[in-house]
Design a protein around this ligand. Structure first.
Ligand code: ARG
Length: 462
């Protein structure tokens, strides 16, 4: 059995069960690039400070560069016995370059090593996820522009409320994803602080230069306390929390896609490429993509609770419990990226059934608020107007018709304030157009919102 890198004080080798239980290489190999990046910066710093010789630093750098190329070409097989990605790479390096490889870990611990790896990883992943969010937002703006006059029922309690447009509805999601983007950017600032140099917990006796390493690795600052540097994972919790909100937004949107694509609503038709069939019912075309995104949100919420719980009772500094941060983090990244990636083309390819959606908006007394506003605008106190229209709705409902279908003689029985122009006032397109308030559904307001959204997108992309 190969001796462990830490095997010196052990008389017996690790039990096989323990080896499997505590090895993390099966999942933390995903960090190979960040681990090598961190080691390259550390080796350069050691050479720069004269802690190792310039020749040794060079050998290490060449060795690591080769290893990186070999991993990327699929030429490296990791060993469970070497525990994790950090020791696998160190072992490979020593096998390849000999004694100089054994000097890489001078003035460093796996505790600050893993902490720097995850911070580098999170920064990279935030950048990628933010790009996916922006692509989705660009699609939302395009769709909102196409559907700025496509009238649709707005709901509260999933009951018809007031008419809006599909464009206005989609812009609500644009705002949610904008906040998601901003949350990730904010979280990135706190991940952008370098723990390397914290050592196991109390830095090192060697004259290292942490600022030099931070510059190499493009960190904005260094952790100001070595215990904090190695034992904190709040940036992971924060990231998963931001990811959980992205999933909440995607999940609510998914729920609407599922509803809208049902025969009962019929507002949209999903593209065949983004729907699936049934093994028994020949007619079926199911919105599986939206359902899966909705379902996958649970994984991310679970990871959030899992990471909070993992951290809450840990004494300072490092504890092995913290190795459990990784699968939660990696699965969160995977879930959010895949969900965003598939959502954008699903939306871009869906068809909105504009006239059917408009027809379906008409029922359910969706113009009742406008009828009340008509009276209120003519001096009837709103509370009274509300009551008058309530009675009118009851009357029309008993007849099985909408307000606009009643004869003027019928309507005018409920209030002398009604004039012939009431019909014009409660026409559905008019109800939308009348709400020309910033943030509202009328076409000019929606056009302004689209322009603001486009300006924001251009500014963050610049
Ligand atoms: N694989 C470990 C982790 O992810 C690396 C740090 C190990 N440190 C230690 N002292 N055992 O947490």
């Amino acid at each position: 059995m190969a001796e462990k890198l830490w095997g010196g004080r052990f008389a017996k080798s690790t039990d096989k069960l323990v080896e499997d239980f505590h090895s993390s290489i099966s999942f933390d190999q995903i960090l190979y690039k960040q681990d090598i990046q961190g080691s390259l910066a550390h080796a350069k710093m050691l050479g720069h400070q004269g802690i190792i010789s310039p020749g040794e630093a060079e050998q290490i750098i060449d060795g690591l560069t080769q290893i990186l190329a070999d991993i990327e070409a699929g030429r490296v097989e990791f060993e469970v016995g070497a525990e994790d990605i950090h020791m696998n790479i160190e072992k490979l390096l020593t096998e390849r370059i000999g004694d100089a490889g054994k000097k890489l870990h001078t003035a460093r611990s796996r505790n600050d090593q893993v902490a720097v790896d995850i911070r580098l990883y999170i920064k990279d992943q935030i950048d990628e996820i933010c790009e996916l969010i922006l692509a989705l937002q660009a699609t939302l703006l395009e769709l909102a522009d196409q559907h700025k006059t496509s009238v649709m029922a707005g709901y509260t309690h999933l009951q018809k409320a007031q008419p809006i447009t599909m464009g206005h509805h989609l812009l609500a999601y644009f705002q949610m994803f904008r906040r998601d983007f901003e949350r990730l950017q904010d979280c990135r600032k706190r991940a952008d602080v370098m723990p390397l140099g914290s050592g196991a917990l109390a830095t090192t006796t060697f004259p290292i230069d942490r600022e030099f390493t931070a510059e190499q690795l493009d960190f904005a600052a260094i952790c100001e306390n070595s215990l904090d540097g190695v034992s904190d994972r709040d940036f992971i919790v924060e990231f998963i929390s931001a990811a959980a909100l992205i999933m909440v937004h995607l999940s609510r949107f998914s729920e609407e896609i599922v509803l809208w694509s049902s025969t009962e609503f019929g507002y949209i038709t999903l593209d065949d490429g983004y729907s699936t069939g049934s093994s028994i019912m020949p007619q079926k075309k199911n919105p599986d993509v939206a359902e899966l995104v909705r379902g996958k949100s649970g994984r991310v919420f679970g990871h959030l609770m899992g990471s909070l719980t993992m951290l809450k009772g840990l004494p300072l500094a490092y504890n092995k419990d913290m190795q459990e941060d990784k699968e939660a983090l990696f699965d969160t990244v995977d879930t959010v990226k895949k969900s965003l990636l598939v959502f954008q083309p699903m939306l871009a390819t869906m068809r909105v059934n504009v006239s059917l959606m408009r027809d379906r908006a008409k029922g359910g007394f969706i113009n009742a608020t406008d009828a009340a506003d008509y009276l209120a605008a003519r001096g009837v106190p709103f509370r009274e107007a509300h009551s008058v229209i309530g009675h009118l709705v009851k009357y029309a409902e008993d007849k099985g018709v909408g307000l606009e279908d009643l004869a003027f003689e019928e309507i005018s029985q409920f209030s002398p304030v009604f004039q012939q122009d009431i019909y014009e006032y409660i026409a559905i397109e008019k109800c939308v157009a009348a709400r020309n308030i910033p943030g509202g559904p009328a076409q000019p307001a929606v056009e302004k919102a689209i322009a603001n959204g486009a300006a924001w997108l251009a500014a963050v992309r610049a």
